[in-house]
Design a protein around this ligand. Structure first.
Ligand SMILES: C[S@@+](CC[C@H](N)C(=O)[O-])C[C@H]1O[C@@H](n2cnc3c(N)ncnc32)[C@H](O)[C@@H]1O
Length: 347
């Protein structure tokens, strides 16, 4: 059993990373919960036996609709994460185990799912085969992702083929692991020319950060490299890994989106200097904020400022200074937007 866990790209230290995800996720939690509700209503009866793979500190189950009354088992390879999950939500079923060797008999579960977990697995096909084994006929598999896919397995695939690679973001753990939008690499057919022109040897250990390497080398890199978008790569690989073990005609994938408009949470209020835009409309102040769980990107925020007449953006802040009581009664509502990539398929 011990070898299986070595395959995991996660160690107890990564709990900080999960905390970071959680903080970003709660900025759009009300919108995200609506996505879970809609998905649950449309795809589940509410009384199934569900196995969640790579449940980490339990984000999905903690926020899953309360009208689900089935059995939900959370499985993760990392005991430290399960311990944390137990602290956050007691009276749940937690199992330490591996996605590659699920401790369940054949055809014993109604649903197998993951939330930002199948993208971290190095051997995706082995894991989908195993998920299919434990699912009943016609059982449901789904995976959701609210971050960029983990880049390590993608980098691993390329490295296994001896392909040198660079990323346009940080690639190294822990900061960049789920923030890498694209990876650039030298495809096999260009390798010889690339090595020749760059005067590199096959095993040269040059600095891999494109921003720091020499200009001359960067130009050669650009000439020979290809770029892959991590979302596209993972989507394709996931589909390929599901096809042999599930009913290919039932594969569905895309984006789930939802918005929530209402009062700001305390957490959101703390961020108003950075993220709020305010309009003065028919004599009233109202505003909205754009929150997104994608790396806390400020969606179009700088551009929107450009198209707004000067001064509108800080109107609410000024109002707060000159009349805090009035500002309180005109507490603006906020708009949360959540987007989750998903794939679902039946056995
Ligand atoms: C990106 S984290 C996501 C955690 C959680 N689902 C969430 O969204 O917060 C990936 C999780 O997969 C788990 N994991 C990695 N390899 C695994 C394996 N081979 N079997 C089971 N879980 C694994 C990690 O321990 C980690 O908790």
């Amino acid at each position: 059993m011990s070898n299986i866990f070595k395959d995991s790209t996660w160690d107890p230290e990564d709990i900080k990373l999960l905390d970071g995800f959680e903080e970003n996720r709660t900025l759009v939690l009300r919108a995200t919960k609506q996505i879970f509700q809609d998905f649950c209503d449309q795809n589940l009866q509410g009384n199934e036996k569900v196995l969640e793979i790579g449940s980490g500190t339990g984000f999905l189950k903690r926020n899953w609709p309360e009208n689900f009354h089935g059995e939900w088992i959370q499985l993760d390879s990392q005991p430290a994460f399960l311990k944390e999950a137990k602290k956050k939500l007691k009276n749940e079923t937690y199992i330490q185990g591996s996605a590659y060797e699920l401790p369940f008999p054949d055809e014993s579960l109604d649903v197998v799912c993951g939330y930002g977990s199948y993208d971290v697995l190095m051997d995706l096909e082995k894991a989908t085969k195993e998920a299919s084994r434990v699912l009943k006929k016609d059982g449901l598999f789904f995976h959701m992702l609210d971050l960029y896919p983990c880049s390590s397995p993608i980098a691993n695939d390329l490295e296994k083929k001896g392909i040198p690679l660079r990323t346009n973001g940080k690639y190294e753990k822990p900061e960049g692991v789920c923030q890498v939008k694209s990876i650039s690499f030298i495809p096999e057919e260009n390798l010889e020319d690339f090595y020749l022109e760059s005067k590199m040897e096959e095993n040269d250990e040059t600095d891999l950060d494109l921003n720091r390497i020499m200009e001359e080398y960067r130009i050669i890199w650009k000439k020979y490299s290809h770029e892959i978008q991590t979302h596209d790569y993972f989507d394709r690989k996931m589909k390929q890994s599901l096809m042999p073990y599930f009913n290919p005609e039932t594969i569905e994938k895309g984006n789930l989106t939802s918005s929530f408009k209402g009062k700001r949470t305390e957490q959101q209020k703390k961020m108003d200097n950075e993220l709020f835009l305010f309009f003065n409309e028919i004599g009233k102040f109202y505003g909205y904020s754009n929150f997104t769980q994608y790396n806390m990107l400020r969606l179009n925020f700088p551009n929107m400022l450009n198209i707004l007449p000067a001064g509108y953006d800080c109107a609410y802040r000024i109002l707060k200074q000159i009349s805090p009581s009035l500002a309180q009664t005109t507490e603006p509502s906020c708009l949360e937007r959540s987007t989750i990539k998903y794939v679902k398929v039946r056995k």
